[in-house]
Design a protein around this ligand. Structure first.
Ligand code: BG6
Length: 513
């Protein structure tokens, strides 16, 4: 099919949206094509790419899943997903154009016939196009199928093509701990070259996360103070107000540390603390992230208690309604020890960051949804104002809000009008919504496009994924081995457990949620 844009304002540079970058004609195969992620994110993202005219001129898609169904039933399901979750109201022509070339292949992921059928269908697409299309295999299945699918693609010879690029996109979680991530890397890299592998972390596709690099490396203002001499501490928060939303099957085996810290939060930390890459290019950027991740010293077993706190939500009130505690959620064991909240104090042991604490916290059923990075600078070395007038002086803080109300704010000390020198903090704000007058594309739109273009800058490399696991592996082990001490609780809808305050040194406190 050929995708057409409905054409927002292409001329206005502030409403650029997804640029129409050149993308080679591509066949995209989504394993787990009827699953929750496909339903809520991937299919709507594909629609939005089509809507913006960002899909390649020739684009074909195949959904693969266990359930028996015909192409038409899959297309109906996709239509429903798109109508429900697309960020733009579907244009009937664009939608039908996209759906008409969707195919469906039913079967178990370890069944050779599935791969034979895939090969036949992909060849058909190539013949119709009169050229070999690039192929992207997107693994959006339960993680135990990742090695199975990669292996079967290899056996069927689908891991290479003579005249086209073949890529594999692998969803999270990539591994369950350091050892399983290593073994998954070995299995995948036994079939594909690293340059073909795209490990997804959807946070890297968020505009505001990329803006972290723009803020640091496109402004002369911040980088000179971005170090231990000027920065006192950093807080990274990824709070959610939702509970586990019927995902007990996955969440019970995961917990907050694996679900959000190992990937999204440590990625934020890496981008915040890495050295400037010489070029915004996949391996240059990932080399720098790797270096800084390797500088985070994982805690020794006996240090875990002092630098990591876990907790579970108890019954409470969220969004004005009473909600159950974690252990009362459907599918959760009554004696579950899975954490729905994790807070850590980490250190980056290198010249730039020695001595600066990085406080991370994440949790389900907290007071509100907010993802932000708050960088607090050190106090000024000397205050010339009379002590009575300077009570309002606070340290400068740079807050990057990833979501919602995406933007950056810098707090400054300002004089309160009047005869005395009285100071109070004021904010200087930049908000995406007002500065760019456009809705940011969804992270998945950007990442699917990048995978089709073969740009791995915003994907996690094999060594990097192992470094990420390396940071949290000792904490996972310590928590796993501790089967008796009570897990702290926090009421649903609150700011989290009081125990997390113990991680903060001196008179520091967590930012208000
Ligand atoms: C996913 C986690 O990776 O990220 C979910 O598995 C979490 O548990 C989600 O809710 C949060 O993503 P976002 O984009 O809503 O911040």
């Amino acid at each position: 099919m050929s995708a057409t844009a409905t054409g927002e304002s292409a001329e206005n540079p502030l409403v650029a949206g997804l640029e129409r970058l050149p993308v080679h004609p591509t066949s995209l195969v989504i394993f787990g094509g009827t699953g929750d992620l496909a339903h809520r994110k991937l299919l709507p993202a594909l629609y939005n790419l089509a809507h913006e005219g960002a899909l390649p001129e020739r684009f074909e898609m195949i959904g693969v899943a266990r359930r028996e169904k015909e192409d038409e039933a899959f297309q109906d399901m996709a239509r429903e997903s798109i109508e429900r979750y697309s960020r733009t109201k579907p244009d009937p022509d664009v939608l039908e154009g996209l759906l008409s070339d969707m195919r469906y292949v039913p079967g178990a992921f370890d069944d050779d016939e599935v791969y034979a059928e895939l090969e036949r269908t992909l060849k058909q697409f190539d013949e119709q196009a009169g050229e070999q299309l690039d192929r992207v295999f997107y693994l959006s299945t339960a993680p135990q199928f990742f090695p199975v699918i990669a292996g079967k693609l290899g056996e069927a010879g689908l891991n290479r093509a003579e005249q086209a690029e073949v890529r594999i996109v692998i969803e999270k979680p990539f591994g369950y701990d350091l050892a399983s991530a290593r073994s998954l890397n070995t299995e995948v890299l036994g079939v594909f070259e690293e340059s073909q592998v795209f490990r997804i972390d959807h946070y890297l596709g968020k505009e505001t996360v990329q803006n972290l690099m723009a803020l640091r490396f496109a402004n002369a203002l911040f980088e000179p103070v971005w170090n231990r001499n000027f920065i006192d501490n950093v807080q990274i928060t990824a709070a959610e107000d939702i509970g586990i939303e019927g995902r007990a099957g996955y969440y019970e085996g995961a917990g907050a540390l694996r679900d959000l810290v190992q990937n999204h939060m440590l990625q934020l930390l890496a981008l915040l603390t890495m050295e400037p890459p010489a070029a915004f290019e996949a391996n240059r950027l990932r080399d720098e992230k790797l270096k800084v991740l390797e500088a985070i010293v994982p805690p020794a077993p006996e240090e875990v208690g002092a630098m990591a706190v876990r907790a579970q939500y108890a019954p409470g009130v969220s969004g004005g309604s009473e909600v159950p505690g974690y252990r009362e959620e459907e599918g959760v064991a009554a004696d579950s020890r899975t954490e729905t909240y994790a807070a850590l104090r980490l250190h980056v042991s290198n010249w730039r960051w020695a001595g600066v604490p990085f406080y991370l916290r994440t949790g389900k059923r907290l007071a509100r949804k907010v993802t932000e990075i708050a960088v607090t600078l050190k106090p000024v070395p000397h205050l010339a104002f009379q002590s009575s007038g300077s009570v309002g002086v606070q340290c400068n803080q740079i807050v990057l809000t990833v979501q919602p109300d995406e933007g950056v704010s810098v707090s400054l000390g300002a004089k309160i009008p009047g005869p005395r020198m009285r100071i109070r903090p004021v904010n200087m704000e930049f908000r995406y919504g007002t500065s760019f007058m456009s809705q940011s594309p969804e992270a998945y739109e950007r990442l699917i496009l990048d995978a089709m273009r073969g740009d791995a800058t915003l994907f996690t490399r094999n060594d990097e994924i192992e470094a990420l696991w390396g940071v949290i592996d000792p904490i996972l082990t310590a928590w796993h081995e501790d089967t008796s001490s009570p897990i702290p609780e926090y009421p649903a809808g609150s700011a989290g457990p009081a125990q997390a305050d113990q991680l903060l040194d001196g008179d520091r406190h967590w930012r208000r949620l």
